[in-house]
Design a protein around this ligand. Structure first.
Ligand SMILES: *Cc1c(COP(=O)(O)O)cnc(C)c1O
Length: 391
């Protein structure tokens, strides 16, 4: 089941394959290897002549169900899941690139992705140019004859900058490069990058796809040809997703649509209330008309998403006061959970970059990032207000 169904239906139903027992819910196959009926069948499975499971580093039926469900949701021909979001990015580059080639990436990507591109791939002869996220001409100017991949994340973390996916896809393709979009913040419920011209969608399933903070996981979605290459790397190199984690994420996907809608609605309401607060200098949320790329965001995404950042007047001391007065919100750098989380980026996720680089990136000392969950928005607001301008 793929084409005629709504995402709400795909999230619940797509990709399921029942065993001989006719179980209603998706089965969890905790097995690392598979048994053959004969020597001839073993040989045929190994040679690829016959389709079927061999060893769980290659395939496992629970993992396959997740791959099929995610592919259906992203509108992709293929999907390969991985042990984490970072291993999805690692596998993509290892599978599709070689030494001497070049990546163009938006400057505001996830910290570990920046490290992977800037400090690790560079040791193996793959260089990355980082460009200003929302400046389309900067991507064009950074392209080189050996550019193989353009990599963006939209909306960005923590400032929620929105990148025009169709425009970057055009630039990448004109330069002979592929476009990969990290769709972690929006999920396929809010944004479908492949329909806008992207070649690959990358996920940290650890975030909204699981949605309840239980497991690590990742995925790469795209054409059959590209995802086959990623699969070949994974089955050899090994950062595959465990069947247990695949099963948890499969069940997480069933509530993805209602979670994304409810968490987005909470985020919009919270953003509006914060914007009206005298102690708040600025709110960053793509769903607010005050956001610099509001019109683009509303074209490209179904909602503004569930991440709201805001700048507290008074810098770090006041921002920390807000954090320290929270009784309900979790002080953690994670996001994409039904439980609302609060982070002070300047001293945590972005704490290791220099103060100048931070300032240049727009991450001020008063900035707080809220990954809005499913609690009542009034309770979330009350938790934040306790430390906001209080004494
Ligand atoms: C968390 C995250 C990642 C990395 O995913 P892991 O599952 O932690 O490896 C990549 N991109 C974005 C945008 C993320 O938020």
């Amino acid at each position: 089941m793929t084409k005629p169904y709504d995402p709400a239906t795909l999230a619940v139903r797509a990709g399921q394959e029942r065993s001989q027992f006719g179980e209603h819910s998706e089965a969890l196959y905790l097995t690392s290897s598979f048994v053959f009926e004969s020597a001839a069948q073993a040989a045929a499975r190994f040679s690829g002549e016959e389709e079927g499971n061999v060893y769980a580093r290659f395939t496992n039926p629970t993992v396959t169900m997740l791959n099929q469900r995610l592919a259906a949701l992203e509108g992709a021909e293929g999907c390969v899941s991985t042990a984490s979001g970072m291993s999805a990015i690692l596998a993509t580059v290892m599978a599709l690139m070689k030494a001497g080639e070049h990546i163009v990436a938006s400057r505001s990507i996830f910290g570990a992705t920046q490290q992977l591109f800037g400090n690790i791939f560079s040791r193996f002869g793959i260089e990355t140019s980082f460009v200003e996220a929302t400046n389309i001409e900067a991507y064009r100017a950074a392209l080189k004859p050996n550019t193989r991949l353009v990599f963006v994340e939209t909306p960005s973390n923590p400032l929620t900058e929105v990148i025009d996916i169709a425009a970057v896809a055009e630039v990448a393709h004109a330069g002979g490069a592929l476009l990969a979009v990290d769709n972690c913040f929006c999920t396929p419920i809010l944004q479908r990058p492949l329909e806008m011209g992207a070649d690959l969608v990358i996920h940290s399933a650890t975030k909204y796809l699981d949605g309840q903070g239980r497991v690590l996981g990742g995925a790469v979605c795209g054409s059959k040809a590209l995802t086959e290459e990623v699969f070949k790397f994974l089955r050899t190199a090994g950062p595959t997703l465990s069947p247990f984690n695949a099963w948890v994420i499969l069940k997480g996907l069933e509530t993805l649509k209602i979670r994304m809608e409810a968490q987005s609605a909470n985020a919009l309401e919270l953003a509006r209330r914060l914007e009206a607060h005298p102690q708040v200098a600025r709110v960053f949320y793509p769903g607010l008309p005050s956001h610099p790329q509001h019109a683009l965001a509303m074209r490209q995404q179904k909602t503004g998403g569930a991440i709201v950042s805001f700048d507290v007047k008074g810098g770090r001391a006041e921002a920390w006061r807000v954090v320290d007065n929270c009784r309900l919100l979790s002080i953690t750098a994670n996001l994409g959970d039904t439980k609302t989380t609060i982070t002070h980026p300047a001293s945590t996720t972005h704490g290791r970059i220099s103060a100048e680089a931070r300032a240049a990136a727009g991450i001020s000392e008063g900035l707080l990032r809220i990954a809005v969950g499913l609690e009542s928005v009034a309770d979330i607001e009350a938790d934040l207000l306790r430390g906001l301008g209080g004494s």
